[in-house]
Every structure is written in structure tokens, then in C-alpha cells.
Design a protein around this ligand. Sequence first.
Ligand code: FES
Length: 156
Amino acid sequence: MPITRRDFFVKTIQGLAVVAAPVALGAFLESCKSNITGPTGASLQTVQGTLSNGIVTVNIDSASPLYNIGGVATVKYSSGSLLVDHPSANVYNALSAICTHQGCSVDNYDSSTSNFVCTCHNSRFAVDGGVVTGPASAPLPKYKTEFTNGQLKITL
Ligand code: FES
């Protein structure tokens, strides 16, 4: 049975739909991924640190956002920044502030969940650096800390 012009036209349109639909769906999902919305917490306060011989030193006095237990802040130093929290007496955690997804600065903190938040695509990280929600899939690197006499030393 010969194919009519109409049959040819219908089959061509069906074929294009089969090819185009997944492409359009993929583009739609990708656009949604970069527009995820949700609570991002608040911008972290910044504390200045000094880098010397691979160690960032931060003076923590009663005016510092890191003084009280539960305090969190971004520690900036000459060539980068770190996320620091103070979970208990004389204990501090320090994490890289560079998001493992696409390299944005992680600079927000959601106190309701104790998550650091990267506002570029809304990845969330626990205070130990672990991924809570992506798109990031790798944890934030963690650094060794030592606190004595009001000074926090973070070894990079
Ligand atoms: S760079 Fe994409 S979530 Fe941080």
C-alpha cells in the first residue's frame, strides 16, 4: 500500500515529537534545578583571621560571633575563607567555604536546621561538612582546629 502525503506528514511529526519531547523535558528539569527555592537562612557574620605558615589564627573575644557556644561565622583570611562553628566549650569546627557543587562561596546559615547553605543552587551542608541536600554531592572539606587562650588556630 503506497504511503500518502498525509501519512508521510503524520509519521514525520510523530517522529519529531519522540525526539523533541525528551530534549524539552530535560531542558525544563535543568532550568528547575537552578531555580530551587527554599529557606536559605541568613548571611553569616564575618570574622578576620591571619594566615601564617598554613595556619589561620583567629582571636575570639566576647565581641566575636564565635564566642558563645552555638556561634557560627565566616572566617576570612588573605587567600580564602572558612566556615566555623562552636558546638561546645573550647571546641570549634572549621570547613572550607567553597561549595563542592560549582565553587560558589557558602555564606549562609540556617539556624533552624543548623545547616550551612550555598545560595547559588541551594545545597545544604551539616556542620560536619556532610551534604544534607544537593545538587552538591561531596562534603565540604574539614580542617583541624585547636583553641587555647582565646585563640583559634585552624590548620589548612
Ligand atoms: S555552587 Fe551550586 S549549590 Fe553551591
